[in-house]
Design a protein around this ligand. Structure first.
Ligand code: AGP
Length: 610
């Protein structure tokens, strides 16, 4: 979704805003803009707001910023269009005709049409098609004496989600921000303040941050800030320290963030295991779980909720919990769950999965569950994110910042986090010491085995060249392999734009086999587990119909045209490794097709709207 950056202090603001936008461009990238101001002229109390906007990338905006563009306060925005096509007019910030008010916004205003109609009937002339512009006019037309009150009136009038930052020419000494459903983080500097929709834009300046909650606002001045509710009562803002160094947001010598993040997986898995394994009792310690052994024994079912890749990780997590802890478990897209008026069961443990911790569909599902008294854990990457703060406890996946729109290292770390959770629950119940030891040994082997797989990248790149011409691809797997097929299919389609679908291998004969022909390659997940012969039978069915096959397996498969061999781990953990070569397959296929790997069309890294 959109990226928001703001600064107030003594430094030249335009370069700071542009650098911040570049850090956030992965969140949304079809247009961008900024507004700055300086001190009022001598004898004046009002300042002048200066704005530049551009359709396209941040570099297109940068090209339009005048050489002499001085100011020490500003807000900026990189957009992922929801209302109104990408264009200069629809780019943020949005200003009123008098140039008094400027606002940047992330989120969706549900009652924008109704408010626009009323404002137009009052004679307001709109310059854009966006929902955001409505807020600009509400603030500009407010008669309230302070900027805080003007903004409070506006946010109490709108319905929907917002993360907004507002500047006003008559109040040049401050930026007012507000949050409801879309992230807003304050960065605390030395006699300067920052605001952003993601810590990625702040960490090169400060790691002291304050994350606003829904319904919270803040006033930023050069040497001070205060937080309060939309009703006006003060709130206590406790700064936290961002875990990740600024350097970890750099590309580190790789051509793309995706390649960097795929390559980091051995270290990332090492990080998620660190300090959590208890050899004495062949189990793991999960500090932030907030679920004691007695409560864990009372869990009768586990329901995992997530979106996209996180949902796929949840599917594997559900299998791990059933296999290791023998607790009935399943995963469901969060967006489906919240709209079917779910029966919330007090003996069910709910687990929300999210890399960003800001995905609106997941956050809304968590809030609905909490409203109904459910216990909800979070398996999240971004520390202090909305979902992490909304849940009763959980497991941080410690993947480090994941900048690429498509998730790779965080998927792997999330699945490993579920393996830890499953082991923890299993050893509280009936999982034996021997099995606990076996799983721990398997977990400890993962980093080296991941490195082994990554070392075969050149071979996988060659295969990608061969398949890059396909119009569509089929991915199949069975039981543990099926979520791997789902995730690999998503990876391919979201960065190469090749249509792909995943099917349970056993379902092929119930219809999809009709698609099999020489032009349709099938990627088959064929682990050496109790289903190996069944999977080989599926390969026979495909081969008999001249379908090309790329197998991912623990040994070459006779019926496959090519096999990517991955190292064998414990059967329960094999799916963690089998997906990694298919990340590289998607990457190199997209590369061969000249796609924009880190910013695929139509997508955004964190979907903070419905
Ligand atoms: C990942 O490859 C996708 N871009 C997307 O499906 C993502 O996993 C999904 O939007 C959920 O994001 P989250 O993990 O931050 O909640």
């Amino acid at each position: 979704m959109c990226g928001i950056v703001g600064y107030i202090g003594k430094r030249d603001v335009a370069p700071l805003l542009l650098e911040g936008l570049q850090r956030l461009e992965y969140r949304g990238y079809d247009s961008a803009g900024l507004v700055i101001t300086g001190k009022p002229a001598a004898g004046k109390t009002s300042a002048t707001l200066k704005m530049v906007k551009a359709k396209g990338r941040v570099r297109d905006l940068e090209a339009r910023v005048p050489k002499r563009f001085a100011g020490t306060t500003g807000i900026a925005h990189t957009r992922w269009a929801t209302h109104g096509a990408p264009s200069d007019e629809n780019a943020h910030p949005h200003m009123d005709p008098e140039g008094k008010v400027a606002i940047v916004h992330n989120g969706i205003i549900d009652n924008a049409d109704e408010l626009r109609t009323k404002l137009v009937s009052d004679g307001v002339v709109f310059l854009s098609e966006t929902d955001t512009e409505v807020v600009t006019h509400l603030i500009a037309r407010s008669q309230a004496p302070t900027l805080e009150e003007k903004v409070r009136q506006a946010v109490r009038t709108i319905e929907g989600t917002y993360g907004i930052a507002v500047m006003h020419a008559d109040f040049p000494d401050r930026i007012v921000v507000a949050r409801n459903g879309s992230p807003v983080v304050l960065g605390i500097g030395e006699k300067e303040m920052f605001v952003a929709s993601d810590v990625a834009a702040l960490v090169s300046h400060t790691r002291q941050v304050v994350t606003l909650d829904d319904g919270e606002m803040a006033t930023l001045k050069a040497d001070d800030f205060r937080t309060y509710t939309t009703e006006g009562s003060r709130t206590s803002a406790t700064p936290t320290t961002v875990e990740w160094e600024a350097e970890s947001y750099d590309m580190g010598g790789h051509d793309t963030y995706m390649h960097k993040e795929i390559s980091e997986q051995a270290d990332a898995v090492d990080r998620v295991l660190r300090g959590r394994i208890d050899d004495r009792f062949s189990t793991v310690h999960l500090g932030g779980l907030n679920l004691d052994a007695r409560e864990a024994r009372g869990v009768r079912r586990v329901k995992i909720l997530g979106c996209g890749t996180s949902y796929h990780a949840g599917l594997i997590g559900a299998q791990l919990i059933e296999e290791l802890a023998r607790i009935p478990a399943d995963a469901e897209p969060a967006s489906e769950f919240r709209y079917r008026n779910p029966v919330v069961d007090p003996d069910t443990l709910y687990v929300a999965v999210s890399q960003s911790g800001e995905t609106y569909d997941v956050l809304a599902a968590v809030q609905e569950l909490k409203r109904k008294g459910a216990r909800v854990l979070g398996v999240v990457n971004v520390v202090g994110s909305a979902i992490a703060r909304e849940t009763d406890g959980g497991v941080y996946v410690h993947a480090g910042p994941e900048v690429c729109v498509v998730s790779t290292k965080c998927f792997t770390n999330t699945v490993v986090s579920f393996a830890l959770l499953a082991l923890h629950l299993g050893r509280i119940r009936d999982l034996s010491v021997a099995d606990g030891k076996r799983i721990i040994e398997g977990l400890r082997k993962l980093p080296a085995q991941i490195s082994e797989i990554l070392a075969t990248e050149d071979d996988i790149a060659k295969l990608a060249q061969e398949y890059a011409g396909a119009n569509s691809m089929m991915f199949i797997g069975r039981v543990r392999g099926y979520p791997v097929a789902l995730e690999a299919s998503l990876k391919l389609k979201e960065i190469s734009y090749i249509h792909a679908e995943a099917y349970p291998a056993s379902e092929l004969k119930h219809g999809p086999l009709a698609l099999i022909e020489p032009a349709l390659p099938t990627v088959a997940i064929v682990p050496d587990d109790e289903l190996l012969e069944k999977n080989r039978a599926a390969l026979e069915e495909i081969k008999a119909r001249s379908g090309p096959i790329l197998a991912v397996a623990h040994a070459p498969q006779e019926k496959a045209d090519h096999t990517i061999v991955v190292p064998k781990n414990e059967t329960e953990l094999d799916s963690i490794l089998m997906g990694i070569p298919l990340q590289l397959l998607a990457y190199h296929t997209a590369l061969a097709l000249g796609r924009d790997i880190d910013k695929p069309r139509n997508l955004a890294k964190s979907v903070t709207v419905e």
